[in-house]
Write a protein that binds this ligand. Structure first.
Ligand code: FA5
Ligand code: MG
Length: 493
């Protein structure tokens, strides 16, 4: 193995020294047993090296002088990527599903999140996310929408890559440039052009452009969000789109041959878009709501209580959310609406009218199977998986394996000016993984004299399969305390 070694001189800034040390540690510890490494003035050196030359970091620039024969395999890193890593603490490129993507100032994906990409719970047999997808798919395939020959009208796409362009995720569905949903703090950007999709609506435009007018898309979606029992940075959605020609929409109406989808010189109101006729919109709205209510009853039974709430999306108007009553509380399960005509126009289907919806699969599965915590979907514990490996999983109710006690830890720090809580949530997830059940902001304080802001968070640790020892949690909490300052530019109090 060829290992390139670094040394630093006394004029090097401490940040660069730190980055260099971390870099060398990573390169070497991955490949050389850590017992063979010692911290050499301030830097790493494998004791098995037969000879070495220094590589100086002069004026904070990296100059490589020599490579080392340690063993036979060859490992190289290029100077530009090394330089980038020294400056930012990261590689210049990110590998996702075997492909390289350049990093830039917009990158927010973390290794923890990337480890979820490609898992595709929606396609894992007997997994509750897959089971709920299948039940909804069956509703659309079998119960609701057979065409005259008995074939399903809808087709389903559940293998589309979650790696999309920002144009697909936002521009293609008319999300304005300054819309809050584009915020760096709310999304997992790979770089300025690519991201992990934040909703399955990212595929609407492409599929309509392919000529499809009745389809479902199921997939994993990624959002930087708070941490609690119903929020996880990866969840699953099922998108549905149905387009109608004038004939399809009006064929069942008496005198329908006189009705039109579009009208000129009309205004946008709360009820409709400017291009649509009110009669066309009302028919599509009726079909949309009727379909989604029947789907909900197919999942939860006829007695389920539901309510429609008006809302807005950039890609539909008018728009609604469907809430269902569960354990006495209203829970939002989907968003939907009449597709913006401009979207259809730009996808080459401007002569049709359509509806679209996006269902939250995790929430529906939690309700259907009585799953109390969204983290459980990622559990590989037999006691979870095996409960769904039955012949007829439709009536499975999850039986919690005993609940282990939580451990609470608080941390408070002063904030830099560009601070966002989502950065801290992500950082905690990276450091402690799925042992974190909840992170709650418990104190938001502004110093009366200095105007400096400080946050205090309570982290709840709980394992789903064992009792956590205080020692184990203290170790994690110590690492969080040690590294949070460097990672987020905060100052621990
Ligand atoms: C959307 O994502 C829209 N793309 C939905 C849509 C599609 C509207 C087509 C109109 C036409 P929203 O962000 O509300 O909307 O998410 C849709 C559903 O996903 C929610 O109703 C909820 O059930 C689920 N969901 C949203 N955020 C989370 C989360 N953090 N954890 C679990 N489920 C979530
Ligand atoms: Mg919503």
């Amino acid at each position: 193995m060829v290992v390139e070694l670094l040394s630093v001189d006394d004029h090097t800034s401490s940040d660069v020294k730190m980055a260099a040390t971390r870099l060398v540690a990573e390169v070497l510890i991955n490949r050389v047993p850590s017992s063979a490494c010692t911290l050499f003035p301030k830097i790493l050196l494998p004791s098995s090296c037969s000879a070495y030359h220094h590589i100086h970091l002069k004026h904070n620039r990296c100059v490589l002088h020599q490579t080392y024969q340690v063993q036979s395999r060859s490992v190289h890193f290029s100077v530009p990527s090394l330089q980038n890593k020294l400056e930012t603490g990261h590689d210049a490129e990110i590998e996702i599903l075997g492909k390289q993507y350049p990093r830039d100032d917009f990158t927010t994906v973390t290794p923890k999140i990337l480890s979820r990409v490609g898992v595709s719970l929606q396609n894992q047999n007997h997994h509750p996310i897959c089971l709920i997808k299948e039940r909804i798919r069956d509703f659309f395939f079998i119960l609701a929408f057979l065409n005259r020959r008995g074939n399903p009208l809808f087709s389903i796409y559940d293998h589309l890559s979650p790696i999309v362009t920002t144009a697909q995720n936002f521009d293609s569905v008319l999300v304005p440039q300054d819309h809050i949903t584009r915020k760096k703090g709310d999304n997992y950007y790979i770089n300025r052009d690519m991201m992990l999709r934040a909703h399955t609506s990212a595929h609407q435009h492409d599929l309509v452009q392919c000529g499809l007018d009745c389809f479902l898309v199921a997939g994993d979606v990624y959002r930087r969000d708070e941490i609690d029992s119903s929020h996880y940075p990866v969840f699953h959605q099922m998108e549905g789109v149905r387009l109608y020609t004038k004939h399809e929409l009006f064929e069942k109406c008496k005198g329908g041959s006189h009705l039109e989808l579009f009208e000129a010189n009309s205004a946008r109101t709360d009820l409709k878009q400017e291009t649509h006729t009110l009669e066309a919109v009302k028919l599509v709205e009726h079909d949309l709501k009727d379909t989604l209510i029947r789907c909900t009853q197919h999942l939860f039974g006829k007695d389920i209580e539901t309510q429609w709430v008006e809302t807005t999306f950039p890609f539909t108007h008018p728009s609604w959310e469907l809430e269902i009553k569960f354990h006495g509380e209203w829970l939002e399960t989907l968003g939907c609406g009449i597709m913006e005509q401009q979207l259809l126009q730009s996808a080459g289907a401007g002569d049709k009218i359509g509806y679209a919806f996006g269902l939250g699969l995790d929430r529906l599965a939690m309700l259907l199977f009585d799953i109390p915590d969204i983290r459980l979907f990622w559990s590989t514990d037999e006691r979870f998986i095996s409960q769904f490996q039955v012949k007829d999983p439709t009536s499975v109710k999850f039986k919690p394996f005993s609940s282990y006690p939580p451990v609470y830890q608080d941390i408070a720090f002063w904030l830099p000016t560009d601070y966002e809580s989502n950065n801290f949530y992500d950082f905690v997830r990276t450091m402690a993984g799925d042992l974190v059940e909840n992170v709650q902001l418990i104190d938001d304080f502004t110093h009366p004299k200095t105007n400096r802001k400080s946050h205090c968070y309570r982290i709840t640790y709980r394992s789903m399969d064992k009792v956590l020892t205080l020692e184990e949690i203290n170790q994690i909490q110590d690492r969080i305390r040690e590294q949070v300052e460097g990672e987020l530019s905060v100052q621990v109090r």
